[in-house]
Design a protein. Structure first.
Length: 374
């Protein structure tokens, strides 16, 4: 059954990637085939086939003609009509998916992952999300009671700043560590973090890198594994911080073209308040996952506010109320990009950049939230 569903997903992915010219070629080939079949029939047989062809060209007319054709047996009429309606249902569904009028079916199984390392905490406590001012890089810390999730670890050279921040907040260990992708501005400080703290669960994209930064990171991962840590490559998974809070990994696929587009995508949900963390994911992957549940009050903009991320279609699905951008002052990339800011401002005026505001902390009780700068 799983293999069958995977095949359906593959076919739907091909449909989504198709261009209108692909459909035109398919229709022309279909017409040529039908005309060829008609030409091969004897003259006295063609009336029956003309009626059947109308079933696939214009079902209402085809059904009328077939039903009133006395040369077709009743049982055969029912069979032809059934095949026609089924075929048209498939074709229309494919077209609607391609045009975005119908959601992409999701056959992927979502695993709720809970073991002795990840004990659920009490309900009804405040949750904090710290977008750390780490320079031109990413580092986000989620704190709920003594449950800590660290998403990325900043760039090379920012290790001391990250460790000092974790100590100031009171981190004792890290329940979940997520390395969204192996670029140095996201994993630069993670080897040092793992040398300082015990980590219970490590998640990354499964993609490697030839850099010394990545080698140091993965060596630290192996050392944590020797101490009992669990290492997972990203897939659809849900982790429960409490009965009210979930941390979800949303699978985007592993063949999205480059390291940025293969970033681990995660979502944090506390009753009515949701956070979406996108790593360096760009519009190519954003378009691929629009059918998923992406709505979130707080969005960590992809790729430090690059113009290639946070597309209009993606923002339309997220509907953010607050957008946080992690970027360094006077960075050489021009982040955040003016085009990105213009797109985001269509949805919210609450756009905060770490080099302007410093550490950005969002606190929520699950019903309301508050943004502070520290």
């Amino acid at each position: 059954m799983n293999q069958f569903l995977e095949q359906i997903d593959y076919v739907i992915e091909l449909i989504e990637q198709a261009n209108w010219t692909d459909y035109l070629i398919f229709i022309l080939a279909y017409v040529i085939l039908v005309l060829g079949l008609l030409g091969s029939l004897k003259k006295n047989q063609r009336q029956v086939w003309y009626n059947c062809v109308w079933l696939f060209v214009c079902p209402p007319l085809g059904i009328y003609l077939v039903k009133h054709n006395r040369r077709i047996k009743k049982k055969k009429k029912q069979e032809l009509i059934r095949y026609s309606l089924t075929g048209w249902a498939i074709v229309l569904s494919a077209i609607f998916i391609y045009l975005g009028w119908m959601p992409h079916p999701n056959y992927q199984e979502v695993e709720t992952y809970q073991d002795s390392h990840l004990v659920k905490r009490p309900n009804d406590l405040n949750l904090e999300v710290h977008f750390i001012d780490i320079g031109q890089g990413d580092a986000t810390l989620i704190v709920y009671d003594d449950f800590h999730i660290l998403i990325d670890g900043g760039n090379n050279g920012s290790e001391a700043k990250l460790l000092n921040y974790l100590k100031k907040v009171g981190v004792d260990d890290i329940e979940i560590l997520v390395a969204t992708h192996p670029d140095s501005d996201h994993i630069g400080g993670l080897a040092e973090v793992m040398a300082e703290y015990r980590v219970h669960l490590i998640i990354d994209s499964g993609e490697s890198h030839s850099s010394q930064t990545y080698k140091a990171y993965f060596e630290a991962v192996k050392q944590q594994q020797e101490q009992g840590a669990i290492y997972l490559e990203d897939a659809d998974m849900i982790f429960e911080l409490s009965d009210q809070i979930t941390f979800e990994v949303i699978e985007t696929g592993d063949d999205n073209g480059d390291r940025n587009n293969n970033s681990v995508l995660t979502k944090l949900s506390y009753q009515e308040i949701d956070f979406l963390f996108t790593g360096d994911m760009e519009s190519k992957t954003e378009e691929k996952i629009l059918y998923r549940d992406l709505e979130a009050e707080i969005l960590k903009a992809g790729h430090h506010g690059s113009q290639t991320s946070s597309s209009i279609d993606f923002l339309q699905e997220v509907q953010p109320e607050v957008v946080v951008i992690s970027a360094g002052l006077n960075n050489s990339y021009g982040h955040p990009h003016r085009a990105l800011l213009e797109r985001v401002n269509r949805y919210t005026d609450e756009v905060y950049v770490t080099y302007e505001k410093g550490n950005i902390v969002v606190t929520t009780d699950g019903l309301t939230y508050q943004v502070d700068f520290k």
